[in-house]
Design a protein around this ligand. Structure first.
Ligand code: MG
Length: 380
């Protein structure tokens, strides 16, 4: 198995990737994070040969890391890009935010396998990432559970025989609530996800269904299906991660415990399936239920389809506006129900442009952030 570089090593996906790599005996050649935390230093000190990249260290962190690690550590966003370009490695990109895009592009340009857990790479920079894939001859393997599931359902199948693909959504903590009830929900309630343990932004994105909207856009880019052929169904048990329905009426579903170590391992080892960390799945007493998403209570899903169909920089603006709105909600500056309003108004105001480079993506991202910030005022 190829060695792995773990970008975003101190995040939830990064930590679980290190656990999976240790379990499988996969060598970790690099670890990277945005900040020079004690946790990152601990990981580096426990792995004597590993290279370390810190994207945005403080002066004190820089001195501390240099003293402890010497030539093993490099600083700045370009250090992540260099790490992603190491020939022949699998690059697990678990960086949070659009800061992950340059490293994703670099990994594919270098012809590496990109195990992608950074949503922004595809949501905000889809056309740029796909161009790098075509140019560099690398391999793009999703880590997100739903896309890993779709990937596995589609192995050996002709795309022409696919009628539709279905992504499942847990429905989040507010499933079944009315729009007026949603106006009252708190930050604490939004951060209490019923089935998955994740970082704060993605947990709020799951509560609004924006996370599922992003996943629809990612599925479009990863597998090339039209938006009309990508559907979302609410499945509170989070056991079925995705389904594919074929023209002959057959359905293939991917099932498993909601445990990210399984799709992380698949992205590192596929097409092989060595023994994993997750045990046998008890079928007895389990039931599976499905219901349509409540698009009136959760308008973010429709906003995602709208931005996806507009294409070009519209999904970039969707992502940027969502990040601004979610951060404002987490800072208790706006209510939960204002999140989709900020995003809708940003999409209406922003100019949609083609994306040909990482710089184009970053410019569209900045512009949408400024517009979204302007919509955080009293009108919400
Ligand atoms: Mg997911």
């Amino acid at each position: 198995m190829r060695s792995v570089a773990v970008l975003g090593a101190t995040g939830s996906i990064g930590r679980q990737t290190l656990e999976v790599a240790d379990h499988l005996g996969i060598s970790v050649v690099g670890i990277a994070a945005r900040r020079g935390s004690e946790e990152l230093l601990d990981i580096a000190l426990r792995r004597p040969g590993v290279s370390v990249a810190v994207a945005a260290p403080t002066g004190a962190e820089r001195d501390h890391f240099e003293a402890a690690l010497g030539a093993r550590v490099a600083f700045g966003p370009e250090a992540l890009v260099e790490m992603a370009s190491i020939p022949g490695v699998t690059v697990l990109n678990g960086v949070v935010g659009s800061a992950g895009l340059p490293a994703s592009v670099a990994a594919l340009d270098a012809g590496n396998r990109l195990a992608l857990a950074n949503k922004e790479s595809l949501v905000a920079g889809g056309p740029v990432l796909l161009a790098a894939l075509a140019r560099g001859g690398g391999e793009l393997v999703p880590v997100d559970s739903e896309h890993s599931a779709l990937h596995q359902c589609l192995v050996g199948e002709e795309r022409a025989g696919v009628r539709r693909v279905v992504l499942t959504a847990s429905g989040g903590p507010f499933r079944g609530m009315s729009p007026s009830e949603l106006e009252q929900v708190t930050v604490e309630q939004a951060l209490d996800h019923p089935t998955w343990k994740m970082g704060p932004r993605i947990t709020v994105d799951s509560a609004t269904l924006m996370n599922k909207a992003f996943e629809v856009i990612e599925a479009h880019h990863l597998f090339g299906f039209a938006y009309d052929a990508i559907e979302v169904v609410v499945h509170p048990e989070s056991i079925v991660h995705a389904l594919v329905e074929f023209a002959d009426g057959s359905l293939k579903a991917h099932l498993g415990e909601p445990d990210m170590r399984t799709p992380i391992q698949y992205a590192l080892t596929m097409p092989d399936r060595p023994a994993g960390l997750v045990g046998r799945f008890p079928l007895e007493g389990r039931s599976l239920t499905f219901e349509p998403p409540d698009t009136a209570a959760f308008p973010c899903l429709a906003l995602g389809y709208k931005a996806g169909r507009l294409g070009a920089s519209a999904p970039t603006a969707l992502n940027a506006a969502d990040e601004i709105a979610v951060n404002a909600f987490l800072d208790r500056k706006i209510g939960f129900s204002s999140i989709p309003l900020v995003i809708e108004r940003t999409l209406a105001d922003v100019e949609i442009r083609p994306l040909e480079s990482v710089d184009d993506v970053m410019a569209a991202d900045r512009e949408a952030r400024a517009i979204a910030s302007g919509h955080l005022g009293a009108s919400c």
